[in-house]
Ligand binder design. Structure first.
Ligand code: DC
Length: 252
């Protein structure tokens, strides 16, 4: 039996996790946040006071490291580091930078690959990350590249942080967004890039509800086509008369 997999890749702050979680809930699929897996390794490196950019300091740590992803009965993904539930601490802004740095190391990516692939082998999934459509699930049923301008992404992230009582300024958040974009797109291994057969969705002009509708429409469209079908430049209609231009057809 084959399962449906929806790969959603894109830069930090494009709304991937919120959108992917909502899409998965509507479809009744498992939602997998792969960024959380890299954050768990980032946290481990931080706790060991190791330099996350330095292969020689990080690789030895992988040996004794247990990184586990468990879906709790409420359907929420929890991350465990050596048996400890680290779902909350991995969300600290500092850990995002550690995650981004360690994710550039090939050994770290190899260490986490099978864990991600095995989840899609046994159930329908919506998986978000940076290299899901290009490396982790190259045969995903539907691939989406979700993006928005850096300024819009920084503003959204800044608002979220304000609501949580975090005091970073908008300019600081924008600098972090730009720095992470740079690190994630310029690394040698599995850099962030749009898969050739991914549908590009720019959420700069869309609110959350519109973004979710856009993805659900694309999933419906792509899953109903054989791979190889679909028209480039087709417009996916959205509420309020907006439309998302699908720049690349589903499954080239
Ligand atoms: O999605 P996020 O912000 O939680 O991801 C944290 C970092 O992990 C991000 O800067 C890049 C890295 N990452 C990756 O390299 N590959 C993935 N599939 C997911 C995340």
């Amino acid at each position: 039996m084959s399962f449906v997999s929806v790969a959603i890749d894109g830069p930090a702050g494009a709304g991937k996790s919120t959108i992917a979680r909502a899409v998965a809930a509507q479809l009744g699929y498992l939602y997998v946040d792969t960024g959380a897996i890299y954050r768990t390794v980032g946290l481990a490196v931080r706790r060991q006071d190791a330099d996350p950019h330095d292969n020689a300091s990080v690789i030895p740590l992988l040996d004794g490291l247990s990184v586990e992803l468990r879906i709790e009965p409420d359907g929420i993904q929890h991350m465990y580091l050596n048996g400890e539930d680290v779902t909350r601490p991995i969300r600290e802004p500092e850990i995002a930078m550690y995650a981004s740095a360690v994710s550039a190391l090939p050994q770290v990516r190899a260490f986490l690959l099978e864990m991600q692939q095995s989840l899609a082998r046994t159930q329908n999934v919506v998986m978000d990350g940076r290299d899901i459509g290009t490396v982790v699930l190259p045969d995903a049923t539907v691939k989406i590249f979700l993006t928005a301008s850096p300024e819009i992404r920084a503003r959204r992230r800044w608002k979220e942080q304000q609501e949580r009582g975090n005091g970073e300024s908008y300019d600081q958040v924008l600098q972090e967004v730009l720095q992470r974009d740079d690190q994630d797109t310029h690394r040698a291994v599995a850099p962030l890039r749009q898969a050739e057969d991914a549908v590009l969705v720019d959420t700069s002009e869309l609110d959350l509800e519109e973004s979710i509708s856009a993805i659900l429409e694309i999933v419906k469209e792509c899953a109903s086509h054989e791979r190889g079908a679909g028209e480039a430049g087709e417009k996916v209609p959205l509420p309020h008369g907006k439309a998302v231009q699908t720049l690349v057809p589903c499954g080239l």
